[in-house]
Write a protein that binds this ligand. Structure first.
Ligand SMILES: [Zn+2]
Ligand SMILES: [Zn+2]
Length: 254
C-alpha cells in the first residue's frame, strides 16, 4: 500500500480510532503498561502472519490500526482526561505525519522479504522465545534506550538491508521492529499529551531530564544540562536525539 492510500484509509477511520484509543487508555491506565502490552501485541501480530493465521492485507491493515490507536491512547494518558477530544484532533496530523511515512516503507520492505523468500510463511525454524526481543519475552522487559541508540526505525531497516544483517529478516527480529512502531513510540506520544496540558496550565518553562544511565546518549545529556528553557524551545523526548523512539527522557514544567 502506498502512503496516499494509507493516509486515506486512516482518515476514513479516524473517529473509530479515537474511540478505540479511549478504550485502550481506560484499560491500561499507564504508559509503561500500554507499551508492554503493545510489545506483546507486536509479537502476536508477527506470529499470526508467519503462521498464516492472517493474510498480508489483514496484517497491513492491523498494523495501521494498532500504530494509530496506540499512539492516540498514549496521548490520552498524557492528557489525563483534559479536553480529550479537542486535543486528539490537534495531535492527529502530528501522529499521521510522524508514523505513516516510515510505516509505509517498513511494510513494503517486509512484503519484499516475504515475496523474495527471505521471510518464509509457515517457517518455524527460529523460535520467538529464543530471540532477544525487548520486552516481548517474559522477564526480558527493558524500557531503556538500548545499544542500538543512534538509529531510527526507518534507517535501521535501510542500513540492515544494505549490510544484509538479520534484523527484520527473521521472524523474531521482525517482531522487534514491529514493536518500534506499536510500542516504543507510546513514550513520546504520552509526553506530547502532557505537553499540551502544560501549555494550557500556562507553564512558562520546561526542562528535559535524561535518565543518566550508561545508555543515555550525548544529545540527551546535552538537553539535560541546558536546564530550564521557555516552553516550546526544547525538542520533545525522541526528537533531536539519537535515541529516537527509545529515548526515555522526561519533561518537567514550571
Ligand atoms: Zn538520547
Ligand atoms: Zn532521551
Amino acid at each position: 500500500m502506498d502512503l496516499l492510500s494509507m493516509v486515506g484509509m486512516a482518515t476514513k477511520r479516524r473517529s473509530d480510532y479515537f474511540s478505540q484509543a479511549k478504550t485502550l487508555a481506560r484499560k491500561y491506565k499507564e504508559q509503561p503498561i500500554l507499551e508492554e502490552r503493545m510489545k506483546a501485541e507486536s509479537l502476536g501480530l508477527v506470529k499470526g502472519l508467519r503462521d498464516k493465521l492472517m493474510r498480508w492485507e489483514e496484517y497491513e491493515r492491523t498494523m495501521l490500526d494498532k500504530v494509530l490507536t496506540s499512539a492516540l491512547a498514549a496521548v490520552i494518558l498524557g492528557l489525563k482526561d483534559k479536553q480529550t477530544d479537542q486535543k486528539l484532533e490537534k495531535t492527529w496530523p502530528i501522529i499521521v505525519g510522524d508514523m505513516l511515512p516510515p510505516l509505509t516503507k517498513f511494510l513494503a520492505e517486509t512484503k519484499e522479504y516475504i515475496d523474495s523468500g527471505v521471510l518464509r510463511l509457515g517457517d518455524q525454524t527460529l523460535d520467538f522465545a529464543d530471540a532477544d526481543l525487548l520486552g516481548a519475552v517474559p522477564g526480558a522487559i527493558d524500557l531503556d534506550a538500548d545499544v542500538l541508540a543512534g538509529v531510527n526505525p526507518e534507517e535501521e531497516g535501510t542500513s540492515e538491508a544494505k549490510q544484509r544483517r538479520a534484523q527484520g529478516q527473521t521472524w523474531p527480529s521482525l517482531a522487534d521492529r514491529v514493536s518500534r512502531y506499536l510500542a516504543t513510540p507510546t513514550f513520546a506520544f504520552f509526553a506530547l499529551g502532557e505537553y499540551m496540558v502544560a501549555q494550557d496550565l500556562g507553564y512558562k518553562e520546561m526542562r528535559r531530564v535524561a535518565r543518566e544511565d550508561r545508555k543515555t546518549c550525548v544529545d540527551c545529556k546535552n538537553y539535560d544540562s541546558q536546564g530550564w528553557v521557555p516552553v516550546g524551545e526544547m525538542p520533545m523526548p525522541g526528537k533531536g536525539c539519537r535515541c529516537y523512539d527509545r529515548c526515555r527522557c522526561y519533561i518537567e514544567y514550571r
